[in-house]
Design a protein around this ligand. Sequence first.
Ligand code: GLN
Length: 513
Amino acid sequence: MTKNHSNLFAAFSIDGKVPKRTLLEAFADSGILEDDNRCAGMIKRLKCGPEDLNLEDFQRLQDYSPALFQQVLSGQLAIPQFKNFCKEIEEIFEKVSSNKSGKLADYIPQLQRVNPDKFSTSVCSIDGQQMSLGNSDDFFCVQSCSKPITYGLALEELGEEEVHKYVGTEPSGRTFNELALNTKGLPHNPMINAGAIMCGALIKPGAESADRFDYVMSKWKELAGGRKIGFDNAVYLSERQTADRNFALGYFMREKKAFPPSADLLDALDFYFQCCSIEANTTSLAVIAATLANGGNCPLTGVQVMRPDHVKDCLSLMSSCGMYDFSGEFAFKVGIPAKSGVSGAILLVVPNVAGLAVWSPRLDELGNSVRGVELCRQLVSRFKFHTFDSMIGLTDDRIDPRRNLYESRFGGITALCWAAYEDDVAEMRRLIAMGVDPTAHDYDRRTALHISASEGNLNALRYLLSLGVDINPLDRWGKTPLDDADMQSHPGAIAMLDEHGGIRRAVNVVKLV
Ligand code: GLN
């Protein structure tokens, strides 16, 4: 047994035994679901096993999935405090729920008939921690959320250089189905209709359409790690029926000789309608988003579905073109690669952290889900999920769910107190430069100033005073730093604090001479 494993057993055991309830709770809190194939066998065994596990039972249990077992019990998953994270998401979901503005897409009856009040969101981390809220079991057609996947599959087939002989990488600045091509007579990018029709034409061009459909469905299923993916035939038939604009786009591109010679226009259009009609729920879409967030490797199965460089291309274009005519503002304000569809779905990818999906069918005038966009805004107001939030460092109070709060934020305070204890001004300066608040206190409301005063550390004291920190903070016993200096009889510190307006608050200062 390795050291790590014995640490695990020791951490969870009481009188030499680990209660099974503690383990079940740890798994439930971690967001790893009981039906997750990676641990289903282990959970089953745990449930029908003894109430308390001895070292041998414990060892046998972890043999099912040693890496995951270790990660869950030692809190090393992508979102370590998953329960807290879920609470925040629940609050956001609640807050956004009441927004009833916007209108259903009405260009096909199948979308017009959807219950407009439906609302769900799901999250899947790159380690496969999952949560869902609202109508997350309900299926909807993915519409334009299929575009990044179609583009990714075209890249898998032909590589970046070849694909971009047929489709550009610039935002179009026009609506998603505008009859417009770029100056080279090509679709502006793969995230609008013309570009998606083109990318579809690049996937297995010579193959039978049935085989192409099978292929794409199998890829969707792989991306979703076995979560259900369906197909809505009524949507497909309606899409085909009401597709004058898409036909016009297709003929326009053919007239400009934009298609590769092997492509068949009607096949390409048909394939596009099929992709829009693929069905998912937010649970499965979130896993797909998580696969993208994880560089193309599905967190639930470990299958590498797309190459990381192709995922990078997808995410780049989702960032600049994924939210229709709102893409620029979305990239600025929210800063998360995303793709929306007219069914009210939004696919969101927080690279190296998690995938999210939202579904709420009422749309704004640009075709984006109203509550979906609102939820995204709320997300970045609470979490450091904007691509460039990494610039801000610790000087920002929003949550970074990748990090354990006790270790990150509170760790900074502890480090500052230790540096003050050692009179190590260089280290204090470094911590403060990283964003640690010099006035922050620990659980006993002890600040770095209290510690410096208590130790008579004049360098640390001088440095903190030069920063203009509050000179008379009270710790949990009502003591000021000057009380500390008095108590420990440090004349230099007493003089310095006196000079800066330090006061005495403690009634019974016991001098330790
Ligand atoms: N299927 C519709 C079309 O092609 C809408 C796609 C979308 O979600 N923007 O026009």
